[in-house]
Unconditional design. Sequence first.
Length: 426
Amino acid sequence: MPAAIQTVSVVGLGYVGLPTAATFAARGLDVIGVDIDRDTVARINSGRPHIVEPDLDMMLSAAVNSGRLRAVLKPEPADAFIVAVPTPITGDHKADVSAIEAALRSIAPVLKRGDLIVIESTSPVGTTERSAAQLRKLRPELSLPDTHPEQSDVLLAYCPERILPGQTLRELIDNARIIGGLDQRSAGRARELYSCFATGAMKTTTARVAELSKLVENAFRDVNVAFANELSLVCDALGVDVWSVIRLANLHPRVNILSPGPGVGGHCIPVDPWFIHQALPDQTPLIRAAREVNDRKPQFVADRIVKLAKRFRQPVIGLLGLSYKPNVGDLRESPALEIACKVASRRVGKVLAVEPHLSELPPPLANYPGVQLTDLATAVQRADIVGVLVAHNKFRTLDRGAVASKIVVDTVGLLAGSDDAAWRAA
């Protein structure tokens, strides 16, 4: 039996890596966090997170003060290494795995026999195998599972994160995990590692199956949201309330249409489907079409608001929400922020942005003149046009009477079921 894992190195201390590192430390493991950003490392070592996530500040402070967690700029020896670095897409929708490759290069010098490497970063199929090949070139004296299955010096597995911002600490523990090893020994060792805190079901499989399953999860959601978003365009053209159509269609026992929105944002859904399409473009026209439908939606919404604004001599436009999802201030790939920037760039009137989770305008929007961050009541009172872009809980207290005299573009169905229903021809 191999010795128990006592020291874990988490490479990449962002939205996934930092909560993961703090969770391991809370379970008594010694954790070495690695990040290339000096300010991030300094903040973490002072016990202060550089990202916003409920309860993370308390958990991180306890982990640092106990001596269980420290952050460094370069990897140090450990029993297990978790790679949790970004994998964005390029301008032509190709996967950028350079951060994974850089992380592996940084780990290679401190690897020793018996170590485990787990890649958590969402990756194209075959990334784990290519990682083994890269490590073999860097450390030729160490064997890897792809060439020495069940008897390699270093173990290598893929275990994708499946967390929801705003609920990360709970979902790290509760959610099911898919653990794909380059061999069964690697998968088993990774399962042993996560068992120290994970209570959800853990399914072991091959690395390729695990890689694709993560991509498929988000591609499935993207395709279904695209159908709802395309339906909203159809309803707008026909002068029909999309929310009523969906509500009635979903009465069918085998129909479950999702809700449309202003687009699709976040760090996963707008990115991951392209990894599948990149690998097999001829076999994935539906995945590409869904991405294109969802990517076009912010432009449609912005054009709609601008067209309505031209009815007024000096229009005031209230935009409710800038984040990519409700009840967080996360702006990554946010369609709401994209819409706000597009509207502001057209300079058709004054823009009053409402985002209760931010204390100042984000840089992309702050660069435009005539844009002000304000509260909900002020924006609604002063606005001629109200665009509802995010369904924050704080917006659900909105008095419908307050918008009765306004032109409302409700992209999220906040007012669905009222006379001011979304996408009604104005």
